[in-house]
Design a protein around this ligand. Structure first.
Ligand code: KIV
Length: 279
């Protein structure tokens, strides 16, 4: 059965912690679903991780839709969350139009990066019944914001707490806390009644999210907030170089990888070739 937003909300009280990973394609979506991940996020990180863009601001609604469709086909149980990319929620009307598109294409909810002017957009979208996940702290779509822990000073810490409360009041059902000091994210988690999902926000959130390429070991840089569980990059290179070597040395394909044809057919085909040559 598909996880719903209510199933996720209740986990704040009952546990276990909510697990979320980014997901960008069909085979990965199938695998994540089979492993029992709760939420598959088609993050705008698809731009820098999968599409070779230099900035998440280059990601379009069409990019997210393309990957969202693939993930939605594979995610039979996980909750599918579509990330609203840069520029897709500049006005309330645009936010709702694009959120509607994501829902039509298979999303179970949308995520909106939440600085002050996003609150009214969260309200506008959530009040139509679309599940909205807010996202505070380090918000990569904010122009000029460097990758850094947010909320270390009194002004920003107060602002983040206020944004979290306002997101809940605006109707968000869940909230991502990115790069926030552990004690502040604990305070936020204890203050609001919707689940918090941390990335670089310490141990006390109601769930955690990671970029899948980071935990698999595909990313060149390992951030402090990430854990590399395997070296999939090395595994893939070993496989690919073995394939190249096998093909070049005649070890692949073998007879086992090939199919057969009755001898009389091949003889007839080759005699046709001979008679064609004569005419
Ligand atoms: O786009 C993304 O991958 C995200 C996560 C880091 C939360 O927004």
């Amino acid at each position: 059965m598909k996880l719903t937003k209510d199933d996720l909300i209740v986990r704040k009280k009952t546990g276990p912690k909510i697990t979320m990973l980014t997901s960008y394609d069909y085979p990965t979506a199938l695998l994540l679903d089979k492993c029992g991940i709760d939420v598959q996020l088609i993050g705008d990180s698809v731009g820098t991780n999968m599409l070779g863009y230099t900035d998440v601001a280059q990601v379009t609604v069409a990019d997210i839709v393309h990957h969202l469709r693939a993930v939605a086909r594979g995610a039979k149980k996980s909750f599918v969350l579509g990330d609203m990319p840069f520029g897709s929620f500049n006005t309330r009307e645009l936010a709702l139009k694009n959120a509607d598109t994501f829902m039509d294409e298979g999303a179970d909810g949308v995520k909106i990066e939440t600085e002050k002017d996003a609150i009214e957009k969260i309200y506008h979208v959530a009040s139509t019944g679309i599940p909205v996940c807010a996202h505070i702290g380090y918000t990569p779509q904010t122009p000029g914001l460097s990758v850094s822990v947010q909320g270390k000073d009194i002004e920003r810490a107060t602002e983040l707490l206020r944004l979290a409360k306002e997101s809940e009041e605006a109707g968000a059902f869940m909230i991502v806390l990115e790069l926030i000091p552990e004690k502040l994210s604990k305070l936020i988690t204890e203050t609001i009644s919707i689940p918090t999902i941390g990335i670089g926000a310490g141990r006390y959130c109601d769930g955690q999210v990671q970029v899948i390429l980071d935990i698999l070991g595909f990313s060149e840089k390992i951030f402090r907030h990430a854990k590399k569980y395997a070296d999939a990059s090395q595994l893939f290179s070993d496989v690919i170089t073995s394939y190249i070597s096998d093909v070049q040395n005649g070890y692949f394909p073998t007879e086992k990888n090939s199919s057969t044809i009755p001898e009389e057919i091949i003889e007839k085909v080759s005699s046709l070739l001979d008679s064609n040559k004569r005419t």
